[in-house]
Write a protein that binds this ligand. Structure first.
Ligand code: SF4
Length: 442
């Protein structure tokens, strides 16, 4: 990058000592302009396009710097990127797409260190596409995915495996973006990640790490979600088409290990000299964030309903939505001015057509999603009557408390199960002590 700056459409010669100062002023001015002009103005859009045109000439050097860094400092032991014997594939060599597919879907909302044990467990249980396609959905969700969240991903993965084994071509693995994107839940970046990782195909990626790195490299003045098209163009312009697998991995590794969200290690970064956010003096300010919005808060009344046989009532959520297909204890939103006991009685009537007596509180817990915060107020309840009906769920079931672990539950419900077990154990101990006491008196 010596003597040139890629911000503008034409390459502009600048004195080396003045470059960082100039870049900093430019970046700050652009960010201020963006802050004052949302949504994006035509002038800003033109400037972003100019970035991309100017980058082309500097791309070879950026590729070389990144790959040289990656050879020394990259994450080279990621199991689904290796041959079966654990060695690195040569450039252009294909590897088994199955492990790559599972990993890419698991990584959609989860960091590598968290998902790795899940991936290993999954590969042990479902070592190939045919085994996965033949599995029961409950088996896929239960334990193998439980804890990773976003269960719809697991269901779509299972559906996708069934689609792949039915492909007419004889080869289950698509070789195009369109072929992979035809599977449920696979967007462009996931499809491109599979193609470049498995087949070393020249496809650019744009996952969360890559968005952050590119937004900082160019001090992008808008939040990534508002300039996806430009970030995609930037990723395509930078991609090393002779070594796409290595380049994409290097870009992800840079984002995961150096250009981290809160504390970028710019002093060790191969792109420091080219990075506009670094030159601006406050790289963690990028990517520019959306204005904070108020997250709605709701109180949910939950009933843990027990019958005379000591069984507990659970229902399976509909398949749509964040926790679709999982089991849970019945309940619903508290209405304004409503006592929580009344909420539980109403929800049990509306959703299960049963009558129940609300008893003592079992547990209160908070859970935050990206779009809302929930407080679950859970009470023990005694079933009074009415055959449970799945009016707002797929099915309902009476189960022994000891059988609850055979059902996949969301994380918040797992804490309710623990509290229930403790309460039942305490109740048994209390009853035992009372019986012993009355025996000694008699
Ligand atoms: S110099 Fe810093 S902000 Fe820029 S890409 Fe490197 S680590 Fe990220």
């Amino acid at each position: 990058m010596a003597g040139t700056w890629f911000r503008c459409g034409s390459r502009v010669a600048v004195a080396p000592g003045a470059r960082l100062r100039a870049a900093a002023e430019i970046a700050i001015a652009r960010t201020r302009a963006a802050d004052a002009a949302q949504p994006r103005t035509p002038a800003l859009a033109v400037e972003l396009n100019a970035d991309l045109v100017g980058l082309g000439a500097d791309a070879p050097k950026l590729r070389h710097q990144l790959l040289a860094w990656w050879e020394l400092h990259g994450r080279h032991a990621i199991p689904w990127k290796l041959r079966p014997d654990g060695s690195r594939p040569a450039d252009g060599e294909a590897i088994d797409p199955y492990g790559v597919l599972i990993a890419e879907v698991m990584l959609q909302q989860t960091q590598l260190a968290v998902m790795l044990p899940y991936w290993e467990r999954w590969l042990a249980a479902f070592p190939g596409l045919e085994v996965l396609a033949a599995a029961q959905e409950q088996q896929v969700l239960l334990l193998l995915w439980q804890g990773l969240g976003y269960y719809a991903r697991a269901r779509r993965l299972h559906q996708g495996a069934r689609q792949l084994v039915l492909r007419d071509s004889g080869d289950p693995w698509p070789r195009s973006l369109e072929g992979w994107q035809a599977l449920p839940g696979l967007g462009r970046s996931t499809a491109a990640g599979i193609l470049s990782s498995a087949f070393d195909a020249p496809e650019a990626i744009l996952d969360g790490n890559v968005k952050r790195v590119l937004a900082r490299l160019t001090a992008a003045p808008l939040p990534p979600a508002r300039q996806l098209k430009h970030l995609w163009q930037l990723s395509e312009a930078l991609l090393d088409r002779r070594r796409p697998r290595a380049f994409n991995q290097a870009l992800m590794d840079l984002g995961a290990t150096l250009c981290t969200a809160s504390s970028p290690a710019c002093h060790r970064c191969p792109w420091q000299q080219a990075c506009t956010a670094y030159a601006a003096g406050d790289p963690a300010r990028y990517p520019v964030k959306e204005a904070a919005r108020t997250v709605p808060f709701q109180v949910i009344g939950v009933g843990v309903v027990l019958n005379a046989a000591g069984e507990v009532l659970i229902d399976q959520r509909l398949n749509e939505g964040l926790l679709g297909g999982l089991w849970e204890f019945p309940g619903g939103k508290q209405e304004p001015g409503e006592a929580i006991e009344a909420t539980i009685v109403r929800e049990l009537r509306e959703e299960l057509a049963i009558e129940a007596e609300v008893g003592e509180a079992l547990i209160t817990l908070e859970h935050a999603y990206s779009h809302k915060r929930l407080r679950f107020v859970v009470h023990l309840c005694r079933w009074l009557g009415g055959e449970p009906q799945p009016l707002a769920s797929q099915q309902v079931r009476w189960v022994k408390p000891a059988e609850l672990e055979s059902y996949p539950f969301p994380a918040a419900n797992a804490r309710i199960i623990t509290a229930l077990r403790q309460r039942l154990a305490a109740g048994r101990a209390h009853a035992g002590a009372a019986a012993a006491g009355s025996g000694s008196v008699g």
